[in-house]
Design a protein around this ligand. Structure first.
Ligand code: HEM
Length: 414
């Protein structure tokens, strides 16, 4: 493949909607040019960083490689539209991934305690209840060997319910929030956009959370929405943009990622029946199985960093002002970091996957996501004898965040 085709492929959502294509591309880059200068048509250029050790090397130096200048891949045309809509600012939102220290530390600390294992333990029963309901529903729609779609019928709803519970949002708003967040992450996928674009979807979320904020300032409760609505830093209330952005980050990052991991993880278990049997025989190993799903699926395809100084990475000189794309799915298939990286092993140990990123920006919701995925898969392996694939599976066309779009299955209960 000529270099310009390779660069275009790296930026194209279509590449990520076909796992074989995605991984062939990354394998080639890891082998031949692990720090690759990339100039896709229609995008500002960047370095694609594809090896596990290099991603860690960059992310651990958060003072040298910063976030606020560019977080993800957007076309130049779209970036121009954003600047016009946001009075010259390069982002539609301003939240943790767009911040550097000292702001990042201060804003992260506002909600961090809510996502720590000790606090989450209080929610375990509620999450287990939601997992039970999701599996009840799956067995109901799949009763009598009927084909159902694991993505539409289970994976999309369960994590949304969990994050809505933590934020304290009412169940009646589920369908609306699902529709908006899907448009938000639909990327270039025509089926996911449903007529809305990212700017419309962001504005719809801002409108929704304006109302939530107003309510929680008047009627504070024991939920994360109340924390965000009433947050102060150094005694000063946080700004409107930062307030709405915080909600948007949690509601969007908190469910598409988890649902993509659940669906992609289940597919991996179905395609590797020995691993399914292993997990059924040893459900106590579900934590390892979930870690392997994160490595395997890597639903977040990248985040960006910007260099603030010149830096030598392998044989390449990164110049101050250059951008770097951290290619997590690639790091997660790096043979230097994982034994037989193209094998799905439900009990893989050790497993230093990069599915949640690394360093100070590593996913704030990782304990929550681990917990909800572990609870869901414990429930599934206890109540299902086996699944069969029952039609073509398809992936969302996106170069940023997503996974399976449809996973038609039949299920035989245990
Ligand atoms: C399987 C599920 C999930 C995956 C794969 C995932 C993945 C990621 C990744 C790769 C990053 C960027 C890390 C970096 O820059 O090094 C991130 C950041 C983040 N995630 Fe998650 N995430 C998941 C679930 C969640 C959940 C449930 C929440 C909600 C509570 C959440 C909220 C966030 C936020 C707010 C950030 C920004 C953190 C920062 O910049 O400090 N994520 N996540």
């Amino acid at each position: 493949m000529p270099c310009s085709d390779l660069d275009d492929a790296l930026a194209s959502g279509k590449t990520y909607a076909d796992l074989a294509t995605q991984h062939a591309l990354f394998s080639r880059l890891r082998d031949e040019d692990p720090v690759h200068w990339c100039e896709p048509a229609g995008y500002r250029p960047f370095w694609a960083v594809t090896r596990h050790a290099d991603i860690i090397e960059i992310e651990r130096q958060h003072d040298r490689f910063i976030n606020k200048l560019r977080t993800k891949l957007l076309t130049i045309e779209f970036e121009t539209k954003v600047r016009e809509a946001m009075a010259g600012q390069p982002m539609l939102v301003r939240t943790l991934p767009q911040m550097d220290n000292p702001d990042h530390k201060a804003y992260r600390a506002l909600t961090a305690a809510w996502f720590q294992p000790r606090q989450l333990a209080n929610l375990e029963d509620r999450i287990a209840g939601l997992a039970r309901q999701s599996v009840d529903r799956m067995l109901e729609v799949g009763a009598g060997g009927r084909v159902f779609d694991f993505v539409d019928d289970v994976a999309l709803w369960y994590p949304l319910r969990v994050i809505m519970t933590i934020l304290g949002l009412p169940e009646k708003d589920e369908a609306r929030l699902l529709q908006i967040t899907q448009a938000y992450f639909g990327g270039s996928d025509p089926e996911m956009q449903r007529g809305a674009d990212l700017i419309d979807a962001t504005m719809a979320l801002v409108d929704y959370f304006k109302e939530v904020s107003r309510d929680r300032r008047q009627n504070p409760r024991d939920d994360v929405a109340t924390i965000i609505a009433n947050s102060t830093i150094d005694g000063v209330p946080i700004g409107d943009l930062e307030t709405y952005s915080y909600y948007i980050a949690l509601i969007t990052a908190g469910h598409d990622t988890t649902s993509a991991t659940a669906a992609g993880g289940l597919l991996a278990l179905i395609e590797n029946p020995a691993e399914w049997r292993k997990l059924k025989a040893h459900p106590e190993g579900v934590d390892k199985a979930v870690a392997e799903m994160l490595r395997w699926v890597s639903p977040v395809k990248h985040f960006f960093r910007a260099a603030t100084t010149d830096y030598q990475l392998r044989d390449k000189t990164i110049k101050a002002g250059d951008f770097l794309m951290m290619c997590y799915p690639s790091g997660n298939r790096d043979a230097a970091a994982f034994e037989q990286p193209f094998e799905f092993r439900a009990d893989r140990t050790p497993n230093r996957h990069l599915g949640y990123g690394y360093g100070i920006h590593a996913c704030i919701g990782l304990h929550l996501a681990n917990l909800e995925l572990q609870i869901l898969f414990r429930e599934i392996v206890a109540r299902v004898e086996r699944f069969e694939l029952a039609g073509p599976r398809t992936w969302v066309e996106t170069a940023f965040l997503g996974g399976l779009k449809h996973l038609p299955l039949t299920v035989r209960p245990a």
